[in-house]
Design a protein around this ligand. Structure first.
Ligand code: G4P
Length: 535
């Protein structure tokens, strides 16, 4: 099949939510529709349990299993759908942010009882940075939730994205009757008794004044729906596909994932409106998916659970052209040609060797240490994809070697683990100290355990009280250099040798900004001028 057609049928997206809003449940229902799994519970089983906040052996076990759910591909109605799994656990937020660089759109799940929550805000910030198109699914309508208008207003305000309901709930909680699809003018009734049934009872009601509506939902709900629909059409602009595709407008659906309710219509609309694989910006030019030459980038690396086999799986998102097994490709950073004899695809819950892959697909490449997150592969052209930034960590600790005879192992281990993206490494200018930064405590346990198990090195961590790591730039060389000298104790270098300012507090950062107005500070390693921090 020609490249163009393969691209047209692909939808690569991620599902994001605050933990417990129903991401895993929704993922599972989508996979059921696609026939990728046969029973409910298959994905859920693989989930990193919430109780595992500090039980990291559990995480290690899950790490192995979660390779299978990292990418879930399936066919639905002639489309090839790739769901990229994003860990819900907040300690793995960095992993989630990076995965979001490899998707073309997202579905955001919100719990109708809780509304917008902390993790929702953070994830949406990342989406906004990249103008990722978002569809909102308001979940758990079988519970007594908040008023739908309030929820929409909250999303608008707190997530800075305009909303446009495409479906509307009729009742809620014990009185939940169903949803009316405003886009397709169809009524879907809710029967809570049969949880695993895929609701097929869709009734076309073109005109809400049709007396049949009373028959299905009763007089009071019928009148309420008429009023709501009237209000919505009056208040909201008609759904604008361009605004959605540019990330400014989020269509909203209501449903109940656990009851498999509202999921099919979400999926049906998703395949119609979600973008096909998009062009991607590289350092030298934009790369169009329709270009014949293959290109892709690594957004995730998964270590083998078995310490005797230190191979890893690098996840490569195909950006353009056709990838073929056993063909040589150019690893741009290493300026080296590599060939892959057993690249894997992820269809449903099984992995299999693939012969070819297309833009939007994710392939698993076995790696013995060649890859680092953000690496680009091409057919020879020297370009580097942008948009795979590091985000400022939130917890900082100094890595202290406990066994001087194993210094080399420790050096190698920490380099490799940070290449995998387990944490970020900063080398402090003064004293050459290694500062490890993460978004969660769990990573420190993981590092300690893996350094000892896989590299035979022994370490401990000493807390360092930093607030953020800020990358900084300036057109004023004098001020830039002076800042580095004056703030010597707080200057470190990241793995690409870019200077960062380790600010002790928001106040210190603000002071630094006031004292050095010609310096721009950034919370991510890749930035546009406008993204500098402002107070
Ligand atoms: P997450 O991945 O976003 O963390 O959420 P997950 O799907 O695990 O769902 C969190 C909890 O919410 C689960 O209950 C799940 O069954 C429940 N849930 C998901 N969708 C709905 C819904 O539409 N209505 C209702 N009432 N509940 C829903 P749990 O008790 O934590 O887990 P489990 O024992 O059911 O597995």
């Amino acid at each position: 099949m020609p490249l163009k057609e393969e691209i047209a049928k692909r939808r690569t997206f991620g599902i994001i939510s605050h933990p417990d809003a129903g991401k895993t449940t929704l993922t599972e229902k989508l996979l059921l529709f696609g026939g990728a799994i046969q029973t409910a519970g298959a994905v859920k089983h693989n989930k990193i349990r919430k109780s595992a906040t500090s039980d990291f052996m559990e995480i290690e076990k899950q790490r192995g299993i979660s390779v299978a759910t990292s990418v879930m591909g399936f066919e639905y109605a002639g489309y090839k759908i790739n769901i990229l799994d994003t860990p819900g656990h907040k300690d793995f937020a960095e992993d989630t942010y990076r995965t979001l660089t490899a998707v073309d759109s997202v579905i955001l799940v919100i719990d109708c009882v809780k509304g917008v929550e902390e993790q929702t805000r953070k994830l949406m910030e990342v989406c906004r940075m990249r103008h990722t198109p978002v569809i909102v699914f308001i979940n758990k309508l079988d519970r007594e939730g908040r008023d739908p208008y309030d929820l929409l207003e909250e999303i608008d305000k707190e997530l800075s994205i305009h909303t446009r309901p495409l479906s509307w709930p009729i009742g809620m909680g014990s009185e939940f009757k169903g949803v009316y699809n405003l886009y397709e003018k169809k009524l879907q009734l809710f029967f809570s008794a049969d949880k695993q049934r895929i609701a097929e009872d869709v009734i076309a009601i073109d005109d809400l004044n049709d007396p049949a509506l009373e028959k299905y939902v009763g007089e009071s709900y019928a009148n309420q729906l008429r009023e709501d629909a009237h209000l919505i059409e009056g208040v909201f602009e008609p759904f604008d596909m361009t605004l959605y595709r540019e990330g400014y407008l989020a269509p909203v659906f209501f449903g109940s994932a656990i009851n498999n309710f509202g999921v099919r219509e979400l999926l049906d609309t998703f395949v119609k409106i979600a973008p096909t694989p998009l062009p991607r910006q590289a350092d030298t030019r934009a790369v169009n998916p329709e270009e014949e030459a293959f290109s892709g980038f690594i957004f995730k690396i998964h270590a083998n659970l078995d310490p005797n086999h230190r191979d890893r799986i690098a996840f490569c998102r195909v950006c353009s052209g056709r990838f073929e097994r056993n063909k040589f490709y150019h690893h741009v950073r290493l300026n080296k040609n590599l060939r892959f004899s057993s690249p894997t695809s992820f269809m449903g819950s099984s992995k299999s060797i693939l012969d070819e892959a297309w833009p939007g697909d994710v392939i698993g490449l076995y790696d013995t240490g060649n890859f680092k997150i953000g690496d680009t592969m091409t057919e020879g052209e020297n370009l580097q994809f942008k948009g795979i930034p590091s985000f400022s960590p939130e917890i900082f600790k100094e890595l202290v070697n406990k066994d001087p005879f194993k210094t080399k192992q420790l050096e190698k281990g920490i380099r490799q683990l940070t290449d995998e993206g387990v944490a970020q490494l900063f080398i402090q200018q003064m004293g050459n100290r290694k500062i490890v930064g993460t978004v969660g405590e769990l990573q420190f346990e993981v590092i300690q355990f893996r350094l000892s198990g896989e590299y035979g090195a022994s370490c401990e961590f000493q807390p360092r009280d930093f607030y953020k790591a800020c990358w900084f730039t300036s057109d004023n060389k004098e001020q830039h250099d002076k800042f580095i000298v004056v703030k010597g104790n707080n200057i470190a270098y990241d793995k690409e040798n870019r200077p960062v300012y380790l600010a002790e507090s928001a106040w210190m950062l603000q002071k630094a900004q006031e004292s050095y107005p010609a310096i721009k500070f950034h919370f991510t390693s890749e930035f546009a001028e406008k993204e500098s921090i402002s107070h």
